[in-house]
Design a protein around this ligand. Structure first.
Ligand SMILES: Nc1ncnc2c1ncn2[C@@H]1O[C@H](COP(=O)(O)OP(=O)(O)OP(=O)(O)O)[C@@H](O)[C@H]1O
Length: 462
């Protein structure tokens, strides 16, 4: 039966040619009427016009395995199959029968969608998901193992980076204020690394007197200087052989030692003080500082070549006030530790809790740890009230709520009249909003008044 090509079919042909899918239309005998030559490449054939070719022949030649159009001709209903082509692609093919008015099958329309990329992406996504799950479990185990408490995203990211770089020998530079946990993370890095069973040697560069630095770091041969042990002494660097050398407060390293350290890092060998023989060494270097090394480089107090050697993986540990969400967790963590240590069962009053969460913690986690220990030891009540807190904390903070009730009480005691009390209260609220908001528009929005009245009132009270 011959079929004349109508205008609709011409439109159809154009759609097929411009479609991103491989659309093929065959007649009821499996002869290809339309298809886009470009799309046949996924089946391993050059872009050719296959019009007139039989899908049965293509099936016999192994190009279509199986031919979905042939299946529809046989079954006279929609069919969907996954095809693996000789080019290694995975194709999702769907074909539909088209019947005429008398119910005779006259056309088969098939679509083939290349799923290879999607499947690959799915596979990669699953692999990534597994990896992340692995990291999370490792981080959780480690956190429990090392008693590390955190909830903040920032510390989670630090952990994840530590996990990723632990296997390498890359130098890690921990940056952050004193007491944020730099040493603790350095230790964690070591315990995650293949050097875990080897020594972790921690050197606080600020505690070694300058004249002893060289002999402490590199060791010395017997009798090399007055006061030296007659048997000589192994240096800290050598003690870290095969393990990790952690140089805390690296910014305190004297300039002459900086040159020597750079040489050891580059050459992996050194000569002890008064010695002649070179000692080969293998250690992973981890350093930490609360100083701005870049500024020190500019001022000439830290060597730029050493700085670049150390700044391979810089990891900034944020201060506690920059991650307030960790404070409550850390307080509970240390409360538990100290209660166990001193066989106590102290708890924090909710007001005490509020004070401590708002406090700026200049000494970071170390300060928090020490304070909780002190509170557990010194407070007489089982519930620690704000009165047990050091004046420095109470004075610095005073919650808004307390400030306002104090203000009201004072105004009342001063026997001010209602108008004055209301004015003082308005002033307090306005100035508080001024502290918290970035603009007068924001203040107006927060307080539900117009922006011009905010400006007017601020002028009055400031
Ligand atoms: N997330 C945390 N969970 C539990 N304890 C922590 C956490 N962070 C820090 N600590 C504890 O706080 C104290 C101070 O940490 P650490 O000595 O590592 O700080 P640091 O940044 O190296 O300080 P410094 O610069 O003064 O050497 C340690 O007792 C450490 O165990």
């Amino acid at each position: 039966m011959s079929v004349s090509i109508t205008l609709e079919e011409k439109i159809l042909e154009a759609i097929i040619k411009t479609s991103n899918n491989n659309i093929t239309i065959t007649d009821q005998h499996g002869n290809i009427l339309y298809s886009n030559p470009e799309h046949w490449t996924v089946y391993g054939i050059e872009p050719t016009d296959l019009t007139g070719q039989s899908v049965y022949t293509l099936q016999d030649e192994g190009i279509l395995s199986p031919s979905i159009s042939a299946m529809v001709i046989k079954e006279k209903k929609e069919v969907q199959v996954m095809q693996h082509t000789i080019t290694g692609k995975v194709i999702m093919s769907t074909a539909y029968p088209v019947f005429n008015e008398t119910g005779e099958l006259i056309r088969v329309i098939s679509y083939a969608q290349d799923q290879t990329e999607i499947l690959n992406l799915h596979q990669q996504y699953d692999q990534l998901k597994e990896k992340v799950k692995g990291y999370q479990t490792e981080v959780k185990n480690l956190r429990q193992k090392n008693g590390i408490s955190y909830r903040s995203k920032a510390i989670q990211q630090v952990f994840e980076t530590i996990n990723r770089v632990a296997n390498s020998d890359a130098t890690v530079l921990f940056l952050g204020e004193s007491g944020v946990g730099k040493s603790m993370f350095a230790q964690t890095l070591h315990s995650l690394s293949p050097r875990e069973t080897e020594p972790f040697i921690e050197v606080n560069c600020s505690t070694i007197p300058e004249h002893l630095f060289e002999s402490e770091m590199f060791g010395y041969e017997s009798g090399s200087f007055t006061g030296a042990s007659k048997h000589g002494k192994q240096g800290l660097i050598q003690q870290a052989d095969n393990g990790t050398l952690f140089l805390d407060e690296i910014g305190e390293l004297p300039l002459n030692i900086q040159v020597k350290l750079l040489r050891v890092i580059q050459e992996k060998k050194f000569i002890p003080v008064g010695g002649k023989k070179e000692i080969h060494i293998n250690f992973r270097l981890v350093v930490a500082t609360n100083q701005n090394l870049e500024n020190m480089v500019q001022k000439g107090t830290f060597r730029s070549d050493l700085y670049y050697r150390l700044n391979v993986i810089p990891l900034q540990i944020p201060s506690l006030r920059e991650r307030k969400e960790d404070i409550a967790l850390l307080m509970n963590h240390y409360l538990q530790i100290m209660n166990t240590k001193y066989q106590a069962s102290k708890r924090l009053h909710s007001k005490t809790f509020d004070y401590l969460v708002q406090y700026s913690w200049p000494g970071n986690v170390r300060e928090l740890e020490n304070l909780i220990e002190r509170l557990v030891l010194t407070s007489e009540e089982s519930i620690i009230t704000p009165s047990s807190l050091p004046q420095a904390i109470r004075g610095q903070l005073s919650s808004t709520e307390e400030k306002s009730s104090y203000l009201l009480e004072k105004l009342f005691q001063d026997k001010r009249n209602l108008k004055e009390i209301l004015e003082e209260t308005e002033k307090f609220i306005l100035l508080k909003a001024y502290e918290e908001c970035k603009s007068t528009y924001q203040i107006a929005k927060m307080l539900g008044i117009s922006q011009p009245s905010v400006v007017r009132k601020l002028k009055k009270y400031k």
